[in-house]
Design a protein around this ligand. Structure first.
Ligand SMILES: [Zn+2]
Length: 403
């Protein structure tokens, strides 16, 4: 077993140079495996597939067999670069300029993977090479895509082997203005609804012989969007229904179309279940449709359920680590979109904490190199706080540093 201290900035650069746009592995998982194996981790490369999808590679690596079992979850796949010529520095070049490391995946989330791996190896080196309990990495190549052949399938594989995670940290970019200012302890649920209003197709010059569905659709949208779902809860912002698409199957200006469609994206908090939301949307549409005399149908697709990790040992240990390194406690939030935490929460408590999200998925995605160093320090303290062990200064870390 060899335990070399790793520079998180150099590791992040090496990962960014791996062109791992979903579903390509791009060498990124291989690179991690080559670093984890010599440190004693049992590595499993898991290629998952499903009919109608491209197979995706994943990596699961575990050190130790005891409890508690702490897992770091992340993804090495990235979204495409977009307009490559618009980048100030090449999207897969990993160049550093003015203290910033540029490249696709810098913050979402190769930088965080580099920081956690550097923190883990440093922690292991200071604690005789093995964690108290177990430490694992669950790294998927299918987070930014369909998320079918990634974390969800690896968790099922773990379950079949009888492996249990006791706590999980997901390295998504959750920080807003400064490293550690926000961590996520839950996420809103979401569901998409498709509303079709039916009319009767006809000549626009003989409108009395047709029935135009467009004004009716517009009035239903207006009424449904103007009705609040709730006012928010202790840990969640108010639920939100947004109309995102309006479409009419028509290209002729002198034809009244036979139908018109609107799509809603609903983000809901812990007052609701998906079934509640569907019932609410159905009732609102029915009420508005009866007021305007419209015939309609509703269908739902795609969803992720709402979840909240109640502040407990995991959240406390992470918040303590942030406080120890930055001098500020993090805000515990549940805003933003979904992540693989929605699958992991079925097995164990999960928190999400990583780099600044300001440039995620953008042209010129970048991370301050000092942020990588600071995140590594936070992850290092978190490992000591959660698994036990000595701090950098040889002082035992307790879960109660925040009082
Ligand atoms: Zn991500």
């Amino acid at each position: 077993m060899t335990l070399e201290e790793l520079d998180p900035v150099e590791l992040a650069r090496a990962l960014i140079r791996c062109k791992s746009v979903t579903p390509a592995e791009g060498g990124a998982l291989g690179l991690l495996e080559r670093l984890l194996q010599p440190a004693g981790f049992a590595c499993h490369r898991l290629t998952m597939g499903a009919p109608g999808t491209q197979p995706v590679e994943n990596l699961y690596a575990r050190l130790g067999s005891g409890a508690p079992h702490l897992c770091f979850a992340g993804h090495t796949d990235v979204v495409p670069a977009g307009e490559e010529r618009a980048w100030t520095h090449p999207a897969f070049g990993a160049e550093i300029a003015d203290g910033f490391l540029y490249g696709r995946g810098a913050v979402d989330m190769k930088g965080a993977i580099a920081s956690f791996l550097a923190a883990a190896l440093s922690y292991l080196k200071a604690n005789g090479g093995s964690p108290r309990g177990s430490l694992s990495f669950l790294i998927t190549g299918d987070e930014e895509g369909l998320a079918i052949n990634g974390t969800q399938k690896v968790l099922a594989w773990l379950k079949a082997r009888g492996e249990v995670l006791d706590a999980c940290l997901v390295g998504e970019p959750t920080s807003r203005e400064a490293i550690g200012d926000e961590i996520k302890i839950g996420r809103r649920g979401y569901v998409n609804a498709r509303l079709v209003v039916y009319g009767k197709q006809g000549h626009s010059a003989y409108a009395e012989r047709a029935e135009n569905p467009i004004p009716k659709l517009a009035r239903i949208i207006d009424r449904v969007c103007a009705t609040p779902l709730d006012e928010g809860t202790a840990h969640f912002q108010p639920s939100s229904l947004q109309v995102t698409i309006i479409s009419v199957p028509n290209t002729a200006t002198n034809v009244i179309p036979g139908s018109a469609q609107a799509n809603f994206n609903i983000r809901y908090n812990d007052l609701h279940t998906r079934a509640d939301i569907e019932a609410w949307v159905g009732a609102q549409c029915a009420k508005a449709a009866s007021e305007v005399g419209a015939r309609f149908s509703l269908a739902y697709e795609g969803s992720g359920s709402v979840f909240l990790t109640q502040p407990g040992p995991l959240v406390k240990a992470f918040a303590s680590a942030v406080f120890a390194v930055t001098g500020r406690p993090p805000a515990l939030t549940t805003s933003g979109g979904t992540s693989d935490a929605r699958f992991i929460k079925e097995m164990c408590p999960v928190v999400e904490a990583g780099l600044l999200n300001a440039t995620a998925h953008q042209i010129d995605e970048r991370v301050a190199t000092q942020d990588l160093v600071m995140l590594t320090a936070i992850y290092r303290r978190f490992l000591e706080g959660y698994l036990g062990g000595q701090t950098d200064r040889g002082r035992p870390m307790t879960l109660n540093a925040l009082g």
